[in-house]
Design a protein around this ligand. Structure first.
Ligand SMILES: [Zn+2]
Length: 266
């Protein structure tokens, strides 16, 4: 059975102590696996790690929560250029993770909220432009910000089929995003009994729009919920999706692997 983990964070400090072990386990269990940058430093580390390991590929980008690394009132051209240079590596297969995250804005003042949203949108749109210039797909993170995410994606048409990672939006939004050329990846949440919304979306989506991810070291699937996550656990996500859709795990593995190979040209 071939499996691909399309989204994880192998340069996270939680892997520092036994990274070689985690890589060996991933190599043994997976066809390919991707590691995502969240800022400039982790993007650089992701690329150099991917260059050392055959089955590992990288995505580079600045995450909305790290957005002041790239944009404040305007985009830091020098930093954007560094990000762009990183994409020259053959092991970079997408720009990401990038997007919008309004989850932690509740305790902020109206003025702060406006400033943060503005910076996030600037960073997001400038990285969408970068992806189009490089003809790379995009891996998008969107949390509590689906309206603005869709609005920006409608205004910035992408050259390549792209991915909404750890998708937590509604079926309605999924329909709109599918029309815009997006696929969706799911992680540990798909294995949680109470995640009715995610299960409903998985039921609705055709299998050829679905990919598997871990978002490791976070979002650990059942039966290991609460422990550190790693790429090989993507098999539990495949199993959950198979049960939700009423197909075999082999079928989920085969189609999601095909989808990932097609999108990232692996
Ligand atoms: Zn992530």
């Amino acid at each position: 059975m071939e499996l691909i983990d399309v989204h994880g964070h192998l340069v996270d400090e939680m892997f520092e102590e036994d990274l070689e072990n985690v890589i060996a386990n991933s190599d043994e269990n997976l066809s390919f696996y991707l590691t995502a940058g969240v800022d400039l430093a982790s993007s650089e580390k992701s690329v150099s790690l991917a260059e050392k390991h055959k089955k590992l590929y990288a995505t580079v980008g600045v995450h909305p929560e790290d957005v002041f690394d790239l944009a404040c009132d305007e985009v830091d051209k020098d930093k954007l250029h560094k990000l762009l240079k990183l994409c020259e590596s053959k092991k970079v297969v997408a720009v990401g993770e990038i997007g919008l995250d309004y989850h932690y804005l509740q305790d902020k003042t109206a003025e702060e909220i406006e400033k943060i949203k503005h910076a996030q949108k600037l960073a997001f749109e400038s990285q969408l432009d970068m992806a189009n210039m490089l003809k790379l797909p995009v891996v998008i993170h969107s949390r509590d910000a689906m309206g603005d995410t869709i609005e920006i994606l409608k205004r910035n048409k992408l050259e390549r089929e792209s991915l909404l990672h750890c998708y937590s939006g509604s079926v309605e939004s999924a329909k709109i995003l599918m029309e815009l050329g997006f696929s969706f990846s799911f992680g540990g949440v798909a294995t949680f009994k109470n995640a009715k919304n995610v299960q409903e979306v998985i039921k609705f989506l055709p299998l050829n729009k679905i990919m598997l991810e871990t978002d490791c070291p976070y979002m650990t699937p059942e039966p290991y919920r609460g422990k550190r996550n790693e790429p090989k656990n993507v098999v539990y996500v495949a199993d959950a999706i198979a049960r939700i859709k009423g197909v075999s795990i082999e079928e989920v593995a085969r189609v999601t692997t095909e989808n990932a190979k097609r999108m990232f040209r692996l």
